[in-house]
Design a protein around this ligand. Structure first.
Ligand SMILES: Cc1ncc(COP(=O)(O)O)c(C=O)c1O
Length: 400
């Protein structure tokens, strides 16, 4: 048995996380094993990150191959794998230019800074307001957490960046009431992930697009969670049929190796001239080699069609369970980003379900305090879905 236990976490780590009691040590596909050799079905994929499952053979092969060649060279030099991944993202999206960073927050920070710089470059220093949505989540830097619509995450750190306006999600009239010539950008998650797996309506996103055009503001889609195949399209904007000016991607882009991307048009990209923005690790050869393999696999239309089919299958299995237990008031989501909202009696208790599931060999997530979130690997098999659903059934029985 290892010398490390959950207790060690309390002794050496800063307590800004409260991890599960078991410690995973190995993963393959959609299965994970802990220190004691107990097996779990993984419906979390590291919060929508290991989209191809754990230790995917082809991804591991690229990691090893590039690991023997070149890991990092800094942005004083470019790299072949960086260019290859950039080219693939350009070929598969609206974007004409890409910048890499290391996390979702960093990609959003870059997007927000770019939107402000673009406005200053083209319309003057007074056009800096950002409209964002209540309950949204965009990361934990002081700028992104302040843009995010959850004060519990942004309060208590001193003065916040100014020029940020929060309005209710999916409410176009609320946006119309605050947008004006001083607005430089609207940032939105096509499906609010952390706050409950709440999809935007197409009419709402189209309305935001029209307002941005009218007021010469940029539309930013935060696809950190919804991107890279999660919703059954490479990016969710393609499913909604509404194209942003700037799109951010992270999480699954290299299946767990840290990388993020900010994508935009060549015109907007001009506002990031040399030296205006940067990051040491962003777009390093190793991360981009892995990202390239991930995009090759996930951008395949047959792969994406399977994500849609498996998502429908997953939701139908959840609904079947609910016919027995009546614990969910709603089952929703796109592709394999799925939320099951608990009935009122269990509001505030999603975390208890997660712990109980783990005791039955199933890893799931919450999205806020009332919603169980399922974000399995995009290539999960029917067999693994059913095995996980049966462990979920065992858990729900305990609550009924
Ligand atoms: C929509 C969205 N944006 C941004 C982030 C922040 O990403 P990161 O934790 O990689 O900084 C997240 C993380 O959950 C997210 O879901």
């Amino acid at each position: 048995m290892s010398q490390y236990t959950r207790q060690t976490f309390n002794e050496v780590m800063i307590q800004n996380y409260n991890p599960a009691n078991f410690i995973p040590v190995k993963g393959k596909g959609s299965r994970v094993w802990d220190q004691a050799g107990c097996e779990y079905i993984d419906f979390t994929s590291g919060i929508a990150v290991n989209a191809l499952g754990h230790c995917h053979d082809e991804v591991v092969a690229v990691l090893k191959e590039q690991g023997e060649k070149l890991w990092h060279s800094s942005n004083w030099f470019t790299s072949e794998t960086t260019l290859a991944l950039g080219e693939k993202l350009v070929a598969n999206t609206f974007a004409e230019r890409v910048m890499f960073a290391n996390s979702g927050a960093e990609a959003n920070e870059a997007a927000l800074k770019l939107a402000r710089r673009y406005a200053v470059d083209h319309f003057g220093a007074q056009k800096y307001n950002i409209i964002s949505f209540k309950q949204s989540f965009h990361g934990r830097t002081l700028f992104t957490v302040s843009v995010g619509g959850q004060p519990k995450y942004s309060d208590g750190f001193g003065p916040k960046p100014a020029g940020i306006i929060h309005v209710p999600f999916n409410n176009l009239d609320a946006v119309k009431a605050v947008i004006d010539d001083h607005t430089c950008a609207i940032i939105v998650e096509p499906i609010q992930g952390e706050s409950g797996v709440i999809p935007a309506t197409k009419a709402f996103l189209q309305g935001l697009r029209n307002l941005c055009d009218q007021y010469k503001a940029l539309l930013i889609f935060d696809e950190v969670q919804t991107g890279v195949g999660r919703t059954g399209a490479l990016y969710a904007y393609q499913k909604f049929g509404v194209t942003p000016d700037i799109l951010t991607s992270a999480k699954a882009l290299a299946n767990g190796f840290p990388i993020s991307a900010m994508m935009t048009t060549s015109k907007i990209a001009q506002s990031f001239a040399p030296g205006v923005h940067g990051t040491t690790f962003g777009g390093n050869p190793l991360a981009c080699a892995i990202g390239s393999k991930v995009v090759d696999i996930i951008a395949d239309p047959a792969f994406l069609a399977n994500v849609n089919q498996m998502g429908e299958f997953f939701k139908s299995e959840l609904r079947k369970l609910n016919e027995k237990f009546h614990l969910f008031s709603d089952v929703r989501g796109e592709g394999l980003l799925i939320g099951a909202e608990l009935i009122e009696k269990y509001h505030g208790k999603a975390g208890e379900f997660v712990t109980a599931c783990a005791e039955n060999g199933l890893m799931i997530l919450v999205a806020g305090a009332n919603v169980l979130r399922f974000a399995p690997a995009l290539n999960i098999t029917k067999e693994d879905v059913l095995a996980g659903i049966s462990r979920l059934e065992k858990t729900l029985m305990q609550f009924n």
